[in-house]
Design a protein around this ligand. Structure first.
Ligand code: CTP
Length: 394
């Protein structure tokens, strides 16, 4: 994100109001300028002071209060907003906006803003499914208002069904994606592979590669925020799947190969950051291998080089590989560009201690198929992802 962005958060009166505090606290940590407008009903649930403390700005509610400076508040906030988020959004506020009613501070600001407006509804299942509410949502969507759909589960009233406010992470990531400046991957399909794969030895044992998946997840998030339609195929990882991407979990080389090939043809850009296992046991033991002998030998056979397979079949896709090297970084990475028919390779020196595996940082060199060598400074994995797409898009 370039400069500090302003998010105007509208809080309306439902039991999920307390969750809006968490959303605002998380947004504030992302270095956003937050201004809260509360409806009268919202103030019956939580006092403005809580929102004021978290947003570090005065909470606005009364349209006719004496202004501190000469400015018409709903107009100045409407102009200031880079985005308006309504959380929680009740059936009432959705209905008002859909029907052009502007009778309080929040609805007048929504009416006056040119910024994108996103609603995070929360209400009883029957209310949410009510045809009038659904018609209002449909109408607003057709007018380019955005919605973060509610989740299903046990609601405050005891009913089970759709209507729970979406979780904080989903709301925050949606807001950050909408605020992202660079939208140069709109209408592009990007496939990313991440994490390790495993090669099972018996029902309880496997071999694998060191990889947390952080680099691939950062690439998927960057592509998503730039507007791409992203598919992320990942081996086992403890990371939370990014919001708004198609997420496919795999375990073995074979599963990653199958899923990658299933999606390959329709992609514009494919980034293979996964640490794929090169070998698998010649014989998988269906029963647990007992520790009867003092030594154990297992024969391994070579598994498929997924990236090489893609390189052999690619048409117009831009193909990006990674190279994890402990020596002769440039020489080895350049060889992989040729043998795997790549457009770019992102090479990293795995012997470096404060970057690479498990770290949030990486220090890479990107090599193009034309032989251009671009060494990068140490930077976060997200910044590496940004540089990579900047390069692809030049
Ligand atoms: N790769 C792959 N399938 C494999 C091995 C690697 O698709 N079986 C991909 C990785 O996702 C990465 C690139 O190939 O994008 C390079 O992986 P790397 O482990 O650095 O190299 P290898 O090709 O396995 O060669 P070596 O282990 O000999 O360095």
């Amino acid at each position: 994100m370039c400069s500090k962005k302003t998010v105007v958060v509208g809080v309306t009166g439902g039991i999920a109001v307390y969750k809006a505090l968490d959303v605002i606290s998380s947004l504030k940590k992302k270095d956003l300028d937050i201004h809260v407008i509360m409806t009268k009903n919202a103030m019956e649930f939580v006092t403005p002071l809580s929102f004021q403390s978290l947003s570090q700005n005065m909470v606005i509610s009364d349209m006719f209060a004496e202004p501190k400076a000469f400015e018409i508040q709903h107009i100045s906030l409407a102009k200031k907003a880079d985005l308006m988020l309504i959380v929680p959004a009740t059936a009432n506020v959705i209905g008002k906006v859909a029907n052009g009613i502007a009778d309080d501070m929040l609805t007048t600001t929504i009416m006056a803003t040119k910024a994108p407006v996103v609603f995070a509804p929360a209400m009883n299942t029957n209310m949410y499914n009510n045809v009038i509410v659904q018609e209002n949502i449909k109408k607003l969507k057709s007018l380019d208002y955005k919605f973060i759909p509610p989740a299903s589960g046990r609601l405050a009233c005891g009913d089970i069904g759709t209507g729970k406010l979406a979780d904080t992470n989903t709301i925050v990531e949606t807001v950050l994606t909408m605020l992202y400046d660079k939208k140069d991957l709109v209408n592009k399909k990007v496939l990313v592979t991440a994490g390790p794969t495993i090669s099972p030895i018996d029902p309880v044992r496997f071999i694998t590669n060191r990889s947390t998946g952080k680099m691939g997840f950062a690439i998927a998030e960057e592509a998503r925020d730039r507007g791409a339609d992203v598919t992320l195929i990942s081996g086992p990882t403890s990371l939370v799947p990014p919001v708004g991407v198609k997420y496919i979990k795999v375990e073995t080389n074979e599963e990653m190969l199958r899923e990658t090939l299933n999606h390959f043809e329709q992609q514009d850009i494919v980034v293979k950051s996964a640490a794929v296992a090169d070998y698998k046991p010649k014989q998988y033991s269906t029963t647990k291998i007992k520790k009867s002998e003092s030594e154990l030998s297992i024969d391994f056979i070579k598994d498929t080089d997924i990236l090489k397979t893609l390189g052999e079949t690619k048409k117009n896709q831009i193909l990006v590989g990674f190279a994890a090297e402990s020596n002769d970084l440039i020489k080895n990475a350049e060889a992989k560009v040729r043998t795997k028919n790549l457009d770019y390779i992102v090479a990293n020196d795995i012997t470096s201690r404060d970057t690479g595996f498990a770290s949030n940082d990486n220090k890479v060199t990107i090599i193009t198929k034309e032989g251009k060598i671009i060494p990068m400074e140490k930077m976060t994995k997200r910044e590496v992802a940004r540089e990579l797409f900047n390069l692809i898009n030049t």
